[in-house]
Design a protein around this ligand. Sequence first.
Ligand code: HXC
Length: 517
Amino acid sequence: MPIKQELLDQLHEKTSEAQLGGGEEKIAKRHAKGLLTARERLLALYTPNTFQEFGLHAQHDSRHFGMERKRLPGDGVVTGVGFVDGRPVVGISQDFTVAGGSLGRVHAQKMCDVMDHAARGGMPLVAFNDSGGARIQEGVNSLSGYGQVFYHNVQLSGLVPQIAVIAGNCAGGASYSPALMDFIIMTRENANMFICGPEVIRAVTGQQCSMEEIGSPQAHMNISGNIHFIAEDDVDAVRIVSELLSYLPSNNMMDPPHDLESELTLSHDPVLNDLLPEDPKHAFDVRKVIRQLSDRQRYLEIQKDFAPNIVIALGRISGVVVGYIANQPMVKAGALDIDAADKAARFIRFCNCFNIPIVTLVDVPGFLPGVQQEQGGIIRHGAKMLFAYGAATVPKVTIIMRKAYGGAYLAMCSRDMGADLVLAWPTAEIAVMGAESAVNILYRKELAEAEDKAGQRARFADEYREKFASPYLSAGQMFVHDVIEPGKTRSTVSLTLRSLLSKREARPPKKHGNIPL
Ligand code: HXC
């Protein structure tokens, strides 16, 4: 017997009504501001007709004070699963047109339900945040809801990739859900994120500040380091999410989407031979090396404007997805400081969680000297890099391009820190310290007596480089597996990555190590 038409009409009516969220007027207001609605954001992410929504008809508990006559379609959040490039991805998108996207009990339950779904199915999670925060009328139920969301974020961490988009307001404790995820993208014009806003800061501390200074995408990218990408708008944010996903496995049990059909590069690349400046003291842009090593010269740089003295990026070498960690000689001479160590350590751990081999490019004069660095805990922060590299069991390839001095040589994944392969270019200098400092210590007496001090200093520096810092010394002791011309780097790394694809490294079972935090 065919289903009754009136039941179908009722279904269509209820569905369209719920899909309208806060209504046409509120939607028009968003469009006028150049914003997409919550549902449009998800639809922009997914392949057409693949989005399966969960909880469209969910409703808040109307017994709460002040909510008796409120209709909150979907309880202010759109959740479900859809396909991106043929793979299922779980999505959450807060609907600002419904009670300001505020989070109540049912809203949180919808989020947690799809997060459980992501865990069970081994699917990445993408969450668009756009919310007035805890729903005031629901009191402690809202706080409990946040607690459950945070708990689920933690359970998903290391299991499936989690990507947050801050596409509107993200105030107070609400910002801890994105902070618990792997990557945060913020849209340039409409988004803000903070724990205490300017008014609270002024009332409690007397300090004057603007939202621009504490909660804007620029503040989080350049100063706090809380976010990873700034998107121009909602559509650009979706583009970044898709690009990011294209490098990531769906879960920790899978390999990342290597393109092993692509040709194994064995040819010499003369461009790599020309990238270093003649004078070892001159800076160069390490991103040129990353670009030249990457397939089709394409890579995705992460946290571009935070701690730019280290560059982190995702790319492919002969089809194998890799995470790059590279000193950037153009900023602070590539020295490691607190922010650089934090940035690199977290990325190393991300790569290790999701089976992404790590390629480390070294040109590091050392840890950055300074009172601020010492008092700020450079020991604790620098230790994070040592810990992260030492604990990572993914394939690790290190290329020493120029300087590799002191503790920073170790912190950039030397052989002793577990690198599977260490290559050095003939320009490499591997030593306890740089030539200038070493000459002052080793040749102090001779320098004091020398007539042409500058000339003598330069001659001593050359002697030091040859005697104590030559890459052949390290290669002679097997700290470096081979000294190669730069033009052979891509082919050598390609072969290594392919041969290490099924690397397995067993460690004794334990709950987890105790990374310095
Ligand atoms: C209930 C809320 C709400 C909230 C906004 N709305 N925030 N309803 N609880 N937290 C509702 C408004 O009443 C309004 O309803 C609609 O959403 C749109 O809000 P507007 O104020 O008109 O929009 P706008 O001018 O764009 O301002 C947006 C806003 C502002 C900046 C987010 O609404 C605001 O400051 N809201 C309160 C933010 C806040 O303090 N939240 C609690 C943070 S503490 P109508 O019916 O008129 O459309 C927190 C603790 C979390 O979140 C702890 C976790 C550990």
